[in-house]
Design a protein around this ligand. Structure first.
Ligand code: FAD
Length: 218
């Protein structure tokens, strides 16, 4: 007998909205007693006629919010992301318990974060849940249209937008202009987290100060 290590909960999509052309916000009610920490993710199973597709998605909502939110970026020909792109209110998905160590201590005062595209999702959850922490967030996308509007949750935090179509790029010189923090959190594609990690090392930031979450293998 195969023992399933996951506790699956069925939830209904309560809303789907486009936060950018290629990112959808999916909301559903938080199941009773569902607990997670900002920065964690769940495994999502979507209904599929051939097989049931399973993917990981980080929480963008805060742990105490009644509604849970996932931000899903459309992947060309991607099975799950395109299902979410097309889904409707009332469609059912299944989610597991929360997983992941991409989390921060309550006593943190100031944190520097680097987000590539939809890699902003866990930092949105953190900004929503930890109003006492000051976040310096470097938010990198290819173009301005790909950038989620963070004005309603920005608060006292610093958000540095870096859009490569404007000829901008995160560089060592840019990183040196940021105030130093004891921990640096990176989230996005593996290309993105690897390249920022190398830049941080070049700025004499130690590997043990860097916490990263890669959404893709490439
Ligand atoms: C911890 C973690 C957290 C994550 N959080 C988020 C998040 O918050 N938001 C988010 O958007 N994503 C997140 N991801 C990524 C997410 O889990 C999916 O990988 C992503 O949505 C793509 O899934 P998909 O089914 O749409 O694409 P897939 O169907 O997996 O396809 C991905 C790519 O591979 C190609 N491909 C797939 N199968 C084949 C094949 N048989 N032959 C050739 N090419 C193929 C596709 O064309 C596509 O370009 C996270 C990943 C991890 C590991």
């Amino acid at each position: 007998m195969i023992i399933d290590p996951y506790t699956w909960r069925k939830v209904s999509v309560t809303s789907k909205s486009f936060v950018t052309k290629y990112i959808v916000s999916i909301k559903f009610d938080r199941p009773t007693d569902y607990r997670f920490k900002p920065g964690q993710y769940c495994i999502v199973r979507i209904p599929n006629q051939i097989s049931r597709t399973v993917r990981q998605y980080s929480f963008a909502s805060g742990p105490n919010d009644d509604e849970m939110e996932l931000l899903i970026q459309r992947e060309p020909n991607g099975v799950a992301s395109n299902w979410f792109y097309e889904c409707h209110q009332g469609d059912k998905i299944e989610i597991t318990q929360a997983f992941g160590n991409f989390t921060i201590g309550e006593n943190t005062e100031h944190l520097t974060c680097f987000a590539g595209k939809v890699g902003i999702a866990p930092f949105i959850s953190m900004m929503r849940y930890y109003p006492h922490i000051r976040f310096s967030i470097v938010y990198a996308t290819s173009s301005r249209e790909e950038m989620i509007d963070l004005s309603s949750i920005k608060g006292k935090n610093d958000i540095y937008s870096v859009t490569t179509s404007d000829g901008k790029r995160v560089t060592e010189d840019f990183i040196k202009t940021l105030s130093k923090t004891s921990t640096y959190m990176l989230c996005g594609s593996k290309h993105f987290t690897d390249s920022i990690s190398d830049l941080l090392t070049g700025c004499d930031i130690k590997q043990e100060q860097v916490l990263l979450e890669s959404f893709t293998l490439q």
